[in-house]
Ligand binder design. Structure first.
Ligand SMILES: NC(=O)c1ccc[n+]([C@@H]2O[C@H](COP(=O)([O-])OP(=O)(O)OC[C@H]3O[C@@H](n4cnc5c(N)ncnc54)[C@H](O)[C@@H]3O)[C@@H](O)[C@H]2O)c1
Ligand SMILES: O=C1C[C@](c2ccsc2)(c2cccc(Nc3ccc(F)cc3)n2)NC(=O)[C@H]1Sc1ccccc1Cl
Length: 329
Protein backbone atom coordinates (compact mmCIF):
# COMPACT_ATOMS: atom_id res chain seq x y z
CA UNK A 1 0.00 0.00 0.00
CA UNK A 2 1.41 3.46 -0.93
CA UNK A 3 2.45 5.50 2.14
CA UNK A 4 0.19 8.48 2.69
CA UNK A 5 2.27 11.63 1.87
CA UNK A 6 3.03 13.74 4.92
CA UNK A 7 0.73 16.74 4.63
CA UNK A 8 1.24 18.29 8.01
CA UNK A 9 4.73 17.66 9.25
CA UNK A 10 5.67 19.04 12.61
CA UNK A 11 9.29 18.85 11.47
CA UNK A 12 11.05 22.16 11.08
CA UNK A 13 13.10 23.21 8.03
CA UNK A 14 16.81 22.58 8.99
CA UNK A 15 15.55 21.62 12.46
CA UNK A 16 15.22 25.13 13.90
CA UNK A 17 12.15 27.35 14.32
CA UNK A 18 12.08 30.40 12.03
CA UNK A 19 11.15 32.75 14.88
CA UNK A 20 10.30 31.63 18.38
CA UNK A 21 9.48 33.52 21.55
CA UNK A 22 9.59 31.97 25.01
CA UNK A 23 7.48 33.45 27.78
CA UNK A 24 8.50 32.67 31.35
CA UNK A 25 5.44 32.92 33.62
CA UNK A 26 1.98 31.88 32.50
CA UNK A 27 0.25 34.35 34.79
CA UNK A 28 -1.93 37.30 33.85
CA UNK A 29 0.85 39.23 32.09
CA UNK A 30 2.53 36.20 30.50
CA UNK A 31 -0.71 34.98 28.97
CA UNK A 32 -1.57 38.46 27.70
CA UNK A 33 1.85 38.52 26.01
CA UNK A 34 1.22 35.08 24.48
CA UNK A 35 -2.29 36.01 23.35
CA UNK A 36 -1.01 39.23 21.73
CA UNK A 37 1.83 37.44 19.91
CA UNK A 38 -0.44 34.61 18.70
CA UNK A 39 -3.41 36.68 17.56
CA UNK A 40 -1.15 39.05 15.61
CA UNK A 41 0.95 36.25 14.15
CA UNK A 42 4.14 38.06 15.18
CA UNK A 43 6.15 34.85 15.63
CA UNK A 44 6.01 31.24 14.38
CA UNK A 45 6.27 29.56 17.77
CA UNK A 46 5.45 30.50 21.36
CA UNK A 47 6.80 28.40 24.22
CA UNK A 48 5.51 28.92 27.75
CA UNK A 49 7.23 27.87 30.96
CA UNK A 50 6.06 28.17 34.55
CA UNK A 51 6.66 26.40 37.85
CA UNK A 52 2.94 25.72 38.45
CA UNK A 53 2.28 22.75 36.15
CA UNK A 54 -1.53 22.56 36.04
CA UNK A 55 -2.13 26.30 35.47
CA UNK A 56 0.50 26.22 32.69
CA UNK A 57 -1.05 23.12 31.07
CA UNK A 58 -4.52 24.65 31.20
CA UNK A 59 -3.39 27.94 29.68
CA UNK A 60 -1.46 26.19 26.87
CA UNK A 61 -4.38 23.90 26.02
CA UNK A 62 -6.86 26.79 26.07
CA UNK A 63 -4.74 28.98 23.77
CA UNK A 64 -3.92 26.05 21.42
CA UNK A 65 -7.63 25.41 20.93
CA UNK A 66 -8.05 28.86 19.43
CA UNK A 67 -5.59 28.00 16.65
CA UNK A 68 -8.19 27.70 13.94
CA UNK A 69 -9.05 31.39 14.55
CA UNK A 70 -5.48 32.73 14.54
CA UNK A 71 -2.68 33.16 11.95
CA UNK A 72 -1.18 29.76 12.81
CA UNK A 73 1.39 30.01 15.59
CA UNK A 74 2.69 26.82 17.17
CA UNK A 75 2.01 26.97 20.93
CA UNK A 76 3.44 24.64 23.56
CA UNK A 77 4.66 24.67 27.13
CA UNK A 78 6.35 22.73 29.89
CA UNK A 79 7.92 23.08 33.31
CA UNK A 80 11.04 21.67 31.58
CA UNK A 81 13.17 24.45 30.04
CA UNK A 82 14.22 22.23 27.11
CA UNK A 83 10.93 23.37 25.56
CA UNK A 84 12.47 26.85 25.16
CA UNK A 85 15.24 25.63 22.79
CA UNK A 86 16.24 27.99 19.94
CA UNK A 87 14.22 31.01 21.14
CA UNK A 88 15.04 34.38 19.55
CA UNK A 89 13.49 36.27 22.50
CA UNK A 90 12.82 35.15 26.09
CA UNK A 91 10.19 37.32 27.79
CA UNK A 92 10.41 37.17 31.60
CA UNK A 93 7.13 37.85 33.40
CA UNK A 94 7.71 35.41 36.26
CA UNK A 95 7.45 37.12 39.60
CA UNK A 96 6.57 36.68 43.23
CA UNK A 97 3.40 38.31 44.50
CA UNK A 98 4.08 41.13 46.97
CA UNK A 99 2.91 39.91 50.37
CA UNK A 100 1.24 42.12 53.03
CA UNK A 101 3.94 44.10 54.85
CA UNK A 102 6.70 42.85 52.54
CA UNK A 103 9.22 45.56 51.71
CA UNK A 104 10.15 46.48 48.14
CA UNK A 105 13.69 45.22 48.78
CA UNK A 106 12.34 41.86 50.02
CA UNK A 107 10.26 41.55 46.87
CA UNK A 108 13.26 42.45 44.74
CA UNK A 109 15.32 39.75 46.47
CA UNK A 110 12.64 37.15 45.72
CA UNK A 111 12.45 38.21 42.08
CA UNK A 112 16.25 38.20 41.78
CA UNK A 113 16.21 34.58 43.01
CA UNK A 114 13.70 33.78 40.25
CA UNK A 115 16.08 35.35 37.69
CA UNK A 116 18.98 33.28 39.08
CA UNK A 117 16.85 30.13 38.60
CA UNK A 118 15.50 30.93 35.15
CA UNK A 119 18.16 32.82 33.16
CA UNK A 120 20.87 30.10 33.21
CA UNK A 121 18.25 27.58 32.03
CA UNK A 122 17.04 29.88 29.24
CA UNK A 123 20.57 30.58 27.98
CA UNK A 124 21.48 26.88 28.16
CA UNK A 125 18.89 26.19 25.42
CA UNK A 126 19.01 29.56 23.62
CA UNK A 127 22.51 31.01 24.19
CA UNK A 128 21.96 33.90 21.80
CA UNK A 129 18.45 34.86 22.88
CA UNK A 130 17.47 38.41 23.68
CA UNK A 131 16.11 38.69 27.24
CA UNK A 132 13.09 40.98 27.62
CA UNK A 133 12.29 41.76 31.28
CA UNK A 134 8.73 42.65 32.32
CA UNK A 135 8.74 41.63 36.01
CA UNK A 136 8.80 44.53 38.43
CA UNK A 137 10.60 46.51 39.51
CA UNK A 138 11.57 46.19 35.89
CA UNK A 139 14.50 48.64 35.72
CA UNK A 140 16.35 47.10 38.68
CA UNK A 141 15.59 43.55 37.50
CA UNK A 142 16.86 44.33 33.99
CA UNK A 143 20.20 45.38 35.55
CA UNK A 144 20.18 42.17 37.60
CA UNK A 145 19.35 40.06 34.54
CA UNK A 146 22.26 41.64 32.67
CA UNK A 147 24.66 40.84 35.51
CA UNK A 148 23.33 37.27 35.92
CA UNK A 149 23.34 36.55 32.17
CA UNK A 150 26.78 37.94 31.34
CA UNK A 151 25.32 38.84 27.93
CA UNK A 152 26.13 41.99 25.90
CA UNK A 153 24.25 45.04 27.22
CA UNK A 154 22.08 45.48 24.09
CA UNK A 155 20.66 41.95 24.40
CA UNK A 156 19.15 42.40 27.89
CA UNK A 157 16.21 44.78 27.62
CA UNK A 158 13.45 45.90 30.01
CA UNK A 159 9.99 47.07 28.97
CA UNK A 160 10.83 50.12 31.07
CA UNK A 161 8.74 53.22 30.36
CA UNK A 162 7.33 51.87 27.08
CA UNK A 163 4.02 51.11 28.81
CA UNK A 164 4.05 54.46 30.60
CA UNK A 165 4.67 56.17 27.23
CA UNK A 166 1.89 54.18 25.54
CA UNK A 167 -0.59 55.04 28.29
CA UNK A 168 0.31 58.77 28.04
CA UNK A 169 -0.13 58.76 24.25
CA UNK A 170 -3.59 57.21 24.71
CA UNK A 171 -4.64 59.77 27.34
CA UNK A 172 -3.42 62.75 25.28
CA UNK A 173 -5.13 61.36 22.18
CA UNK A 174 -8.41 60.97 24.08
CA UNK A 175 -8.15 64.58 25.33
CA UNK A 176 -7.66 66.13 21.88
CA UNK A 177 -9.61 63.55 19.86
CA UNK A 178 -6.88 62.24 17.55
CA UNK A 179 -5.23 58.85 16.99
CA UNK A 180 -2.63 57.93 19.67
CA UNK A 181 -0.33 57.11 16.75
CA UNK A 182 -0.12 60.86 15.99
CA UNK A 183 1.03 61.71 19.54
CA UNK A 184 4.82 61.86 19.73
CA UNK A 185 6.19 62.00 23.23
CA UNK A 186 8.62 60.00 25.40
CA UNK A 187 8.47 59.08 29.05
CA UNK A 188 12.00 58.25 30.28
CA UNK A 189 13.81 57.29 33.49
CA UNK A 190 12.23 54.91 36.00
CA UNK A 191 9.14 52.92 35.09
CA UNK A 192 6.15 53.61 37.31
CA UNK A 193 5.34 56.37 39.80
CA UNK A 194 8.56 58.40 39.29
CA UNK A 195 8.72 58.36 35.49
CA UNK A 196 9.74 61.53 33.60
CA UNK A 197 7.53 62.81 30.73
CA UNK A 198 9.61 64.84 28.24
CA UNK A 199 6.98 67.55 27.67
CA UNK A 200 9.54 69.77 25.93
CA UNK A 201 9.55 67.35 22.98
CA UNK A 202 5.79 66.70 22.75
CA UNK A 203 4.52 66.95 19.18
CA UNK A 204 1.08 66.27 17.78
CA UNK A 205 1.39 65.28 14.13
CA UNK A 206 4.66 67.20 13.88
CA UNK A 207 3.33 70.36 15.59
CA UNK A 208 5.15 71.42 18.75
CA UNK A 209 3.10 71.67 21.94
CA UNK A 210 3.81 75.39 22.25
CA UNK A 211 2.38 76.07 18.76
CA UNK A 212 -0.69 73.94 19.41
CA UNK A 213 -3.46 76.29 20.55
CA UNK A 214 -5.83 73.42 21.14
CA UNK A 215 -9.19 74.43 22.73
CA UNK A 216 -8.76 71.65 25.32
CA UNK A 217 -6.00 73.70 26.99
CA UNK A 218 -3.65 70.73 26.80
CA UNK A 219 -0.65 73.05 26.46
CA UNK A 220 -1.14 74.47 29.97
CA UNK A 221 1.30 73.14 32.59
CA UNK A 222 -1.50 72.10 34.96
CA UNK A 223 -3.07 70.01 32.23
CA UNK A 224 0.23 68.26 31.48
CA UNK A 225 0.81 67.45 35.16
CA UNK A 226 -2.71 66.02 35.35
CA UNK A 227 -2.04 63.84 32.33
CA UNK A 228 1.11 62.35 33.91
CA UNK A 229 -0.76 61.76 37.17
CA UNK A 230 -3.45 59.98 35.14
CA UNK A 231 -0.83 57.61 33.69
CA UNK A 232 0.17 56.55 37.20
CA UNK A 233 -3.33 56.58 38.67
CA UNK A 234 -4.78 54.51 35.82
CA UNK A 235 -2.47 51.63 36.75
CA UNK A 236 -3.71 51.72 40.36
CA UNK A 237 -7.31 52.16 39.18
CA UNK A 238 -7.06 49.07 36.97
CA UNK A 239 -5.64 47.09 39.90
CA UNK A 240 -8.56 48.24 42.06
CA UNK A 241 -11.09 47.33 39.37
CA UNK A 242 -9.78 43.97 38.06
CA UNK A 243 -6.99 43.05 40.48
CA UNK A 244 -4.16 43.08 37.94
CA UNK A 245 -3.18 44.65 34.61
CA UNK A 246 -2.51 42.62 31.51
CA UNK A 247 -3.79 43.71 28.10
CA UNK A 248 -1.77 46.91 27.61
CA UNK A 249 1.50 45.34 28.79
CA UNK A 250 0.83 42.23 26.68
CA UNK A 251 0.25 44.31 23.56
CA UNK A 252 3.31 46.42 24.41
CA UNK A 253 5.54 43.33 24.74
CA UNK A 254 4.22 41.95 21.44
CA UNK A 255 4.97 45.28 19.72
CA UNK A 256 8.56 45.22 21.03
CA UNK A 257 8.95 41.59 19.87
CA UNK A 258 7.63 42.51 16.42
CA UNK A 259 10.24 45.27 16.03
CA UNK A 260 13.05 42.91 17.07
CA UNK A 261 11.94 39.86 15.04
CA UNK A 262 11.14 41.88 11.90
CA UNK A 263 14.36 43.93 12.20
CA UNK A 264 12.20 47.07 11.87
CA UNK A 265 14.58 49.45 13.69
CA UNK A 266 11.61 51.21 15.31
CA UNK A 267 12.22 53.21 18.49
CA UNK A 268 10.81 52.14 21.90
CA UNK A 269 11.36 53.60 25.39
CA UNK A 270 13.04 50.59 27.01
CA UNK A 271 15.38 49.87 29.91
CA UNK A 272 19.09 49.77 29.13
CA UNK A 273 22.44 50.98 30.47
CA UNK A 274 22.19 54.80 30.61
CA UNK A 275 25.73 55.47 31.92
CA UNK A 276 27.11 58.51 30.09
CA UNK A 277 23.73 60.07 29.26
CA UNK A 278 22.84 63.44 30.88
CA UNK A 279 25.90 63.12 33.11
CA UNK A 280 25.05 59.70 34.62
CA UNK A 281 28.40 58.46 35.94
CA UNK A 282 27.34 55.08 37.37
CA UNK A 283 26.52 51.74 35.75
CA UNK A 284 22.73 52.13 36.05
CA UNK A 285 19.76 50.85 34.04
CA UNK A 286 16.79 53.10 33.19
CA UNK A 287 14.66 53.92 30.17
CA UNK A 288 15.58 55.99 27.11
CA UNK A 289 14.29 55.81 23.51
CA UNK A 290 16.19 52.97 21.81
CA UNK A 291 16.40 51.66 18.24
CA UNK A 292 15.56 47.93 18.26
CA UNK A 293 16.49 45.32 15.66
CA UNK A 294 17.38 41.61 15.55
CA UNK A 295 20.52 42.33 17.60
CA UNK A 296 18.43 43.91 20.40
CA UNK A 297 19.25 47.56 21.19
CA UNK A 298 21.39 48.91 18.33
CA UNK A 299 21.30 52.61 19.34
CA UNK A 300 20.21 54.79 22.26
CA UNK A 301 18.66 58.06 21.10
CA UNK A 302 20.39 61.08 22.73
CA UNK A 303 17.05 62.86 23.31
CA UNK A 304 17.50 66.56 24.05
CA UNK A 305 15.71 67.41 27.32
CA UNK A 306 15.37 70.64 29.32
CA UNK A 307 17.07 71.26 32.68
CA UNK A 308 14.04 70.22 34.75
CA UNK A 309 13.63 66.95 32.82
CA UNK A 310 17.39 66.24 33.13
CA UNK A 311 17.27 66.86 36.89
CA UNK A 312 14.32 64.49 37.35
CA UNK A 313 16.05 61.84 35.21
CA UNK A 314 19.23 62.11 37.31
CA UNK A 315 17.22 61.88 40.55
CA UNK A 316 15.61 58.68 39.25
CA UNK A 317 18.92 57.13 38.20
CA UNK A 318 20.46 57.97 41.58
CA UNK A 319 17.63 56.11 43.32
CA UNK A 320 17.83 53.19 40.88
CA UNK A 321 21.60 52.96 41.34
CA UNK A 322 21.24 52.63 45.13
CA UNK A 323 18.64 49.86 44.76
CA UNK A 324 20.69 48.08 42.10
CA UNK A 325 23.76 48.14 44.36
CA UNK A 326 21.69 46.76 47.25
CA UNK A 327 21.12 43.55 45.26
CA UNK A 328 24.82 42.77 45.53
CA UNK A 329 25.08 41.99 41.79
N1 LIG B 1 6.79 46.38 33.42
C1 LIG B 1 5.50 46.66 33.34
O1 LIG B 1 5.07 47.66 32.73
C2 LIG B 1 4.52 45.73 34.00
C3 LIG B 1 3.14 45.87 33.81
C4 LIG B 1 2.29 44.97 34.47
C5 LIG B 1 2.80 43.99 35.29
N2 LIG B 1 4.15 43.89 35.42
C6 LIG B 1 4.78 42.88 36.26
O2 LIG B 1 4.66 41.59 35.67
C7 LIG B 1 4.86 40.62 36.70
C8 LIG B 1 3.85 39.51 36.54
O3 LIG B 1 2.58 40.01 36.80
P1 LIG B 1 1.33 38.99 36.73
O4 LIG B 1 0.11 39.81 36.98
O5 LIG B 1 1.43 38.15 35.52
O6 LIG B 1 1.62 38.06 38.01
P2 LIG B 1 1.09 36.56 38.23
O7 LIG B 1 1.30 36.25 39.66
O8 LIG B 1 -0.26 36.41 37.61
O9 LIG B 1 2.09 35.64 37.33
C9 LIG B 1 3.38 35.40 37.72
C10 LIG B 1 3.71 33.99 37.25
O10 LIG B 1 5.09 33.73 37.51
C11 LIG B 1 5.20 32.36 37.85
N3 LIG B 1 6.47 32.11 38.52
C12 LIG B 1 6.84 32.51 39.75
N4 LIG B 1 8.08 32.06 40.01
C13 LIG B 1 8.49 31.37 38.91
C14 LIG B 1 9.68 30.67 38.55
N5 LIG B 1 10.71 30.59 39.41
N6 LIG B 1 9.75 30.08 37.34
C15 LIG B 1 8.71 30.16 36.47
N7 LIG B 1 7.56 30.81 36.75
C16 LIG B 1 7.46 31.40 37.96
C17 LIG B 1 3.99 32.11 38.74
O11 LIG B 1 3.72 30.73 38.85
C18 LIG B 1 2.91 32.89 38.01
O12 LIG B 1 2.24 32.07 37.09
C19 LIG B 1 4.76 41.40 38.04
O13 LIG B 1 6.07 41.64 38.54
C20 LIG B 1 4.15 42.73 37.60
O14 LIG B 1 4.53 43.82 38.41
C21 LIG B 1 5.02 44.73 34.82
O1 LIG C 1 4.27 48.52 36.68
C1 LIG C 1 3.14 48.08 36.73
C2 LIG C 1 2.79 47.00 37.61
C3 LIG C 1 1.39 47.01 38.05
C4 LIG C 1 1.15 48.10 39.04
C5 LIG C 1 2.08 48.63 39.90
C6 LIG C 1 1.59 49.65 40.68
S1 LIG C 1 -0.02 49.89 40.34
C7 LIG C 1 -0.06 48.66 39.15
C8 LIG C 1 1.19 45.66 38.69
C9 LIG C 1 0.17 44.80 38.35
C10 LIG C 1 0.09 43.58 39.03
C11 LIG C 1 1.00 43.24 40.01
C12 LIG C 1 2.02 44.18 40.28
N1 LIG C 1 2.96 43.88 41.24
C13 LIG C 1 4.13 44.61 41.47
C14 LIG C 1 4.14 46.03 41.35
C15 LIG C 1 5.32 46.71 41.57
C16 LIG C 1 6.48 46.01 41.90
F1 LIG C 1 7.65 46.67 42.14
C17 LIG C 1 6.45 44.61 42.02
C18 LIG C 1 5.28 43.93 41.78
N2 LIG C 1 2.09 45.36 39.63
N3 LIG C 1 0.54 47.21 36.93
C19 LIG C 1 0.86 48.05 35.94
O2 LIG C 1 0.07 48.35 35.05
C20 LIG C 1 2.16 48.56 35.83
S2 LIG C 1 2.43 49.98 34.91
C21 LIG C 1 2.49 51.35 35.96
C22 LIG C 1 2.45 51.23 37.33
C23 LIG C 1 2.53 52.38 38.12
C24 LIG C 1 2.65 53.62 37.52
C25 LIG C 1 2.69 53.73 36.14
C26 LIG C 1 2.61 52.58 35.37
CL1 LIG C 1 2.66 52.69 33.65
Amino acid sequence: MDTVPTICSTDRPNGKPLSKVTIVGSGQVGMACAFSLVTQGITDEVALVDMVKDKLAGEVMDLQQGSVFTPGVKIYGSTDYSVTKDSKICVITAGARQKEGESRLQLIEKNVQILKQTIPQLLKYSPNAILLLVTNPVDVLTYCAWKISGRPVGTVIGTGTSLDTGRLKFLIAEKINISPKCVHIWIIGEHGDSSVPVWSRLQIGGVNLQELNHPSGISEEKSLEELHKAVVNSAYDIIKLKGYTSWAIGLNVADICRTILHNSRRIHAVTTLVQGFYGVAEEVFASLPCVLDTSGISNVIPLEVNDDEKEKFLQATNTLYEVQQSTGL
